[in-house]
Write a protein that binds this ligand. Sequence first.
Ligand code: PEP
Ligand code: MG
Length: 579
Amino acid sequence: MLKLQGIAVSPGVTIGEALVLDAEGFRIPRRFVERSAVDTELARLAHAVAETAREMEHNRDRIHAELGEQYAAIFDAHLAMLHDPRLQQELTAAVRDRNWWPEYAVSRTLRRYAKVFQSLDNHISQRAHDIYDIEKSLLRNLLGQRRETLAAISQPVIVLAHNLTPSETANLDRRFVKGFATELGGPGSHTAIVAEGLEIPAVVGIGPFLADVSGGEPVILDGNEGLVILQPDEETIARYRLEEEAARSVAARLGRLRDLPAETTDGVRIQIMGNIEFPSEVEQCIDRGCDGIGLYRTEFLYLTSKREPTEEDHFEAYSFVARAMNGKPVVIRTLDLGADKMLTEKTPEEERNPCLGLRSIRLSLRQLPMFRTQLRAILRASALGDVRVMFPLVSTIVELRQARMVLADVMEDLAEHGIAFNRKMPVGMMVETPAAALMLDAFIKEVDFVSVGTNDLIQYTLAVDRGNKEVAELYNACDPAVLRLLRRSLDVAAGAGVPANVCGQMSGSVMFTQLLLGMGLRQLSVPASAIPEVKQACRSVSVADCRLIAEKALTMDGAREVKAYLRDQVRRLLAETVA
Ligand code: PEP
Ligand code: MG
């Protein structure tokens, strides 16, 4: 049994069969060969070895001609490894004696070799990459056109991958993917956010582990503790089965809160809104008794489609959500592409710092036809319910004014053509840059509401990439700098009488409920899966107590201290609720 620690990004536990996707997305199931087919499969393996050798020789000759002997020697070394009699003998034995499918034999055997290199604590460990290269070449030649992709999953699996992009994650088939774990990835990445939206357990940032596992093996994914357990023993499997069962009964208990209001013990009504990435998630929010949709991340319309969405595509999605919410508010955020939410086809050129580059509202203001198309659809949907529009990543007042001007212009266009929309559609902005938080007293005069995006606010305040596991420790909602900007934003909004929301992941964690209510927040927007727990937390506290907790937390000067204090407070609260 092998227990691996990563970063827990989407809760829940699950047990299932591994589907391993390496950096190239190969999918190698543990498959066996019929005895009668052993010779054919051995011939296929031999053919793949010969093809791979041919490719290596070709590469060697080309590099030799262009760069000389020294560089060509790399391929000689690869060839020597490929033809190593011991390796060949092991591969043949795996197919002949164990009846392993050649792909599985190649993957298992070479990964074992690579692992030995990886375990060496010196420059030789780099040779593991060479072995992975050989593995990939062999697999490419074995699989040929049969290379399967994520799209072809047709049975329940736990995806174990080097990395998953937000769009790959958004395209996972929820009927079959029970959860996923990745070697890369940080706590605030959009891959993590989509996993929460899909309501599947997920663990990211584990570091190299794919060499230790093969497709088809049983694995346990613990999205609560951030653990992946390979080759689990019977006892551990039994323990996790009980945990799965317990989670189901907690969910059933929390389900009873659906129609109860999120009202504190001293009678303050809190609005709990849902965050969605796809229109279908609206049902999950309604099922949990949300008060509206506080954040609809529309960029996923682009990320799940092969072409740019038309006005009708937008309208279909927005009108579905507006109708489903039946008069409750729906905050549609305009396109927030860029940074880790990339459309490869659309990136005009490589950006050195995509998080600081042409993303979000900056991109929309640069690509006006695309922006106008989206705004037309949002406005048309505003005739069907309480639809509101929100601009992401605003960092200067000029951006906000420009965005409002484009909106006004689109309104005129619609009016001219007699198309129905709500002329008074509320317009809001996200507060997710320190600039926006610091200048909010100016911005606030020009918006109808604000929503604090703590995911980005943390990233930009602390100068720490939300998707990078190497700095995951620094990505911390408890940091006093973040708390001060948050409090300042909520104070400015309250002073101006403008409604404020917090829609970053922070508001979905009950550890922060008391702090946020104590800072004056009366509206939270959280992933659907977090609605019941957050509602229960709101119903168990008094605003008066929350104020004391917030005041105390804001006097602390370190994230660790704040975290320990908030943990303690939430533990106490849970103990009282149970008692
Ligand atoms: C945020 O930054 O907190 C936010 C809600 O937006 P996103 O996570 O989509 O960047
Ligand atoms: Mg954001």
